[in-house]
Design a protein around this ligand. Structure first.
Ligand code: NAI
Ligand code: F6P
Length: 380
């Protein structure tokens, strides 16, 4: 079985690539990083190390790579032969890979016409749907009609913490032991990929929002509040009682919104929260706050991990989500010269002030009570 995976980064190698290997696939990684691609082709294997007390190593074999900048035709060819296509490139990169995927699908329509599923494994709601829209922009009306019949873009939720790392072995990747990969089965075309570790569900929305508004909302607290307090890593920030109080409060608020929206059982949700907070305290993982805080404009988006649960909580309880508000205010003030979005955000603030910037990046109306609450926090 053949898999094509876009993005040979942390999640690509450390999570999706590992599960594809264990399911018996040969994986062709597609990336723009020539050093990683060359190394994958030279060695055709790499190690995934579990970040735990008794660290175990899985050697992922049966892999190769294509540099999509220098060899785009090879990517098209690989897509025509693939049994599954996955991505983990980051939400902002999806448009950049869509033309190549469209070319691969066009070629496939002209040759095998075999069904294919393309699964975007990104931290966002409706990632595969967004990718499909981007891909379809490169196809004619008749190609779009033919593609709709045979190509599935099932949305997915992926959960595994894989920090940025620089190992002596550039392909080795250290990952937390926990993982979860949930895929929307109603959008699958042809046979479901049989990959141990995928949980198929009919309606992904509750699962992706539960993951995004618990794992990622929670992680945003030690990232933004921790950065504000001067901490460099998530682990260090999580040792601070004040950070722990805010994370618990924020996850209580997002939890209330999730429970009332989707009917999750309260006790089970509390257990889910406790398990996640414990994952952030894993002493075997060194995760920089800058990685988790990266892309603050995306993270302050209307449907993302901070604004959406805060808006839902406000709407459902008519109370201000104080802990989420603190985190939103810290995200708004987040600065990192190496992060393009953080630089742009601070330029917007210098230009238009906090209130207008928040309204613009978070798509909030002037009279939204969340704007008032965040401004109160920003102004101290
Ligand atoms: N690292 C983590 O703990 C988790 C990350 N995610 C999500 O997974 C996605 C990837 O994140 P990471 O693996 O952490 O990032 P990463 O930066 O380690 O990997 C992204 C990879 O995409 C490659 N890339 C960039 N432009 C490309 C292009 N045009 N074509 C092909 N490849 C390209 C990069 O060279 C890099 O190797 C993101 O959406 C992230 O939110 C989801 C769950 C956990
Ligand atoms: O990958 P993003 O969306 O930039 O956000 C970082 C977050 O995503 C993760 O990498 C994986 O869920 C978390 O570790 C962190 O909360």
């Amino acid at each position: 079985m053949e898999a094509v995976h876009f993005g040979a980064g942390n999640i690509g190698r450390g999570f999706i690539g590992a599960l594809l290997y264990e399911a018996g696939y040969h994986t062709t990684f597609v990336d723009v990083n020539d050093a990683v691609i060359s190394e994958l082709n030279a060695r055709q294997q790499y190690d995934v190390v579990l970040a735990a007390e008794n660290s175990e190593t899985l050697t992922v074999k049966n892999v190769s790579g294509i540099n999509s900048v220098s060899n785009p035709d090879d990517v098209i060819d690989a897509i025509t032969k693939a049994d599954v296509v996955t991505t983990a490139v980051g939400p902002n990169i999806l448009p950049a890979i869509s033309e190549l995927i469209a070319k691969g699908l066009r070629e496939r329509l002209e040759t095998s016409k075999q069904p294919l599923n393309i699964i975007a494994c990104e931290n966002m709601v409706g990632g595969s749907t967004v990718l499909k829209d981007n891909v379809f922009e490169h196809l004619s009306d008749s190609e779009q009609t033919a593609s709709t019949d045979v190509f599935g873009f099932p949305d997915a939720a992926v959960d595994r913490i894989v920090p940025n790392q620089s190992n002596a072995d550039m392909l080795q990747v250290s990952v937390e032991p926990y993982y979860e990969w949930i895929v929307q089965q109603t959008a699958i075309k042809g046979e479901k990929p049989t990959i141990d570790g995928i949980t198929y569900v009919d309606d992904l929305k509750p699962y992706i929002e539960r993951k995004l508004f618990t794992v990622n909302t929670g992680h945003a607290v030690p990232a933004y509040i921790g950065h504000e307090m001067g901490y460099a890593t998530i682990y260090e920030a999580m040792q601070d009682q004040r950070v722990q109080e805010i994370i618990e409060g924020a996850l209580h608020e997002s939890g209330e919104a999730l429970i009332q929206t989707y009917g999750f059982e309260r006790k089970a949700h509390q257990d889910y929260i406790a398990k996640i907070i414990k994952r952030f305290m894993n002493p075997h993982i060194s995760d920089n706050v800058t990685r988790v805080a990266r892309g603050p404009i995306r993270k302050l988006g209307a449907h993302d991990r901070l604004i959406r649960p805060a808006s839902l909580y406000l709407e459902l309880t008519e109370k201000a989500p104080q802990h989420l508000v603190k985190t939103i205010a810290a995200a708004l003030q987040y600065g990192d010269d190496n992060d393009k979005e953080a630089v742009k955000l601070q330029e917007m603030i210098a230009d238009q002030g906090y209130e207008k910037t928040l309204q613009s990046v978070s798509e909030l109306k002037t009279d939204d009570p969340l704007v008032e609450a965040v401004m109160k926090e920003v102004n101290g």
